[in-house]
Design a protein around this ligand. Structure first.
Ligand code: ZN
Length: 248
């Protein structure tokens, strides 16, 4: 018998215990501060060297790169190690699922990653840490080392499309999974909201772990309002037990 596929959709709420604020959500910092939002808006970033210089200074101070995974990230990785097939679909760009031990290939980063840079011209990628080291060494707006093009964070900026390949893979997982757990996401931003709906439409057990109500609570089989750091590990331990008894 094959084990049930568990899809975990994570949003900003899973990383707040790691000290990362919610930048992008409906009440996020970027929505409240149009000036800060310009730093992550493709058109402004590409058109204005001053915006890029400010962006690099912001990245130098970004807490995301120094954050550590918390109990919820570790619980997801432990479920995967227990033998249950797990796929993570995340709206977060912090890379904390992988740092907690989830294999790269089992994490789909819907909004990209803040741990890499990408050239807007030749699309070469490299570590963010290397680019920041160049800023520290005096380059205000370090260009691509391959072609001289403009480098940006490998996150999806406002005005950019989400990667259609990643989106297609996420939709396929939502259709195929047996359990879909939405954790720390308000399910108000696409594509996250749509993925929860797709999973429910295809018969998955829908579990929502979030402090605030979401538009999908009525569709859910289970809604958990407890703090993520304790609620998610408990929930995943139960799933892991089911997987073990199937094997026996
Ligand atoms: Zn380049």
């Amino acid at each position: 018998m094959s084990h049930p596929l568990v899809a975990i959709l994570s949003g900003a709420g899973i990383s707040t215990d790691s000290g990362i604020p919610d930048y992008r959500g409906p009440n996020g910092l970027w929505r409240k501060d149009p000036d800060a939002e310009k730093l992550v808006t493709y058109e402004y970033y590409m058109g204005d060297p001053e915006i890029r210089r400010r962006s690099w200074q912001m990245r130098r101070q970004n807490r995301t790169l120094r954050a550590e995974p918390n109990a919820a990230h570790r619980a997801v990785a432990e479920l995967e190690k227990s033998g249950v097939p797990v796929r993570v679909l995340t709206q977060n760009v912090d890379g904390l699922h992988q740092l907690a031990g989830m294999p790269d290939r089992k994490v789909l980063e819907l909004h990209g990653t803040a741990r890499s840079v990408i050239c807007t011209d030749c699309h070469a990628r490299g570590p963010m840490a290397d680019a920041i080291a160049r800023v520290e060494a005096g380059e205000a707006d370090p260009p691509c080392l391959d072609c001289g093009g403009i480098l940006k964070s490998a996150t999806v900026y406002f005005g950019e499309r989400l990667d259609p390949v990643v989106l297609g893979q996420a939709a396929a997982i939502a259709k195929a999974c047996h359990v879909f757990i939405a954790v720390g996401t308000t399910l108000q931003v696409q594509p996250a909201a749509g993925l929860a709906g797709v999973a429910a439409d295809h018969g998955a057990r829908l579990v929502i772990v979030n402090a605030e109500p979401t538009p999908y609570d009525g569709l859910a089989d289970e809604v958990v309002r407890e703090p993520i750091g304790t609620a998610l590990p408990a929930l995943l331990r139960d799933l892991s037990g089911v997987g073990n008894s199937d094997r026996g």
